[in-house]
Design a protein around this ligand. Sequence first.
Ligand code: ADP
Ligand code: MG
Length: 234
Amino acid sequence: MLRIEKLQAWYGPSHILQGVEMQVGRGEIVCLIGRNGAGKTTTLRSVMGLAGRSTGSVTFEGTSLLPLPTHRRNALGLGYVPEERRIVQGLSVRDNLRLGLLASTHKRREQDVIAEIAETFPRLAERLDQDAITMSGGEQQMLAIARAMVSRPKLIMLDEPSEGIMPVLVDEMFALFARLRDEGTTILLVEQNVELALGIADRAYIMDQGMIVHEGPAKALLADADIQERYCSV
Ligand SMILES: Nc1ncnc2c1ncn2[C@@H]1O[C@H](COP(=O)(O)OP(=O)(O)O)[C@@H](O)[C@H]1O
Ligand SMILES: [Mg+2]
């Protein structure tokens, strides 16, 4: 579904991605792990057209992405929840979801969208009129994910969704990822919580210094303490 080949990316003169090779198949949860500064966020940003200059090839369902502006990539069915959640504080949960709908190319009725989201995110359904600023970090993260799901992405990319979130909500969030996958959404997950990520993923890639240095079934990596120690300790 998503095929990344020889991807290189620069921020100004800094050469960050050095030829990334990755694939995500339809219906998979794939996780991308690696130390701080390895290039995980830059990879996701490159796929969305938000990094600096990128070369190589990124295709989504056969369409070449690198020449396209970000909104066209969204319209093809790519969703992205960045590290900074960009919840608009001072707006209600409902209004944040409306923003997701405005940004979406699907023209759907607002009440239908809200009803659908409320079913998937019961915690938000209870808080539709609450100011987003008054929600916990974990609830704000759920809202950021819900807002991305408003446009029904075929593939959603999540950048460290568990960061700074209470364990009980992290468990809820990972249960949600499993459910989204079961309902047909493909997931590319960047996570520092390696055990949790490998526990839910089908396959994993390990990145170091702008390159993929290891890949395999998540179960195999989960059992490989050596690799984890070498590449995943922050
Ligand atoms: N906007 C930027 N300008 C210059 N360098 C950046 C920028 N964003 C990230 N970098 C650098 O790119 C490298 C990879 O960063 P990043 O992709 O955020 O890594 P990760 O998400 O794996 O922690 C780091 O060395 C970081 O300092
Ligand atoms: Mg990052």
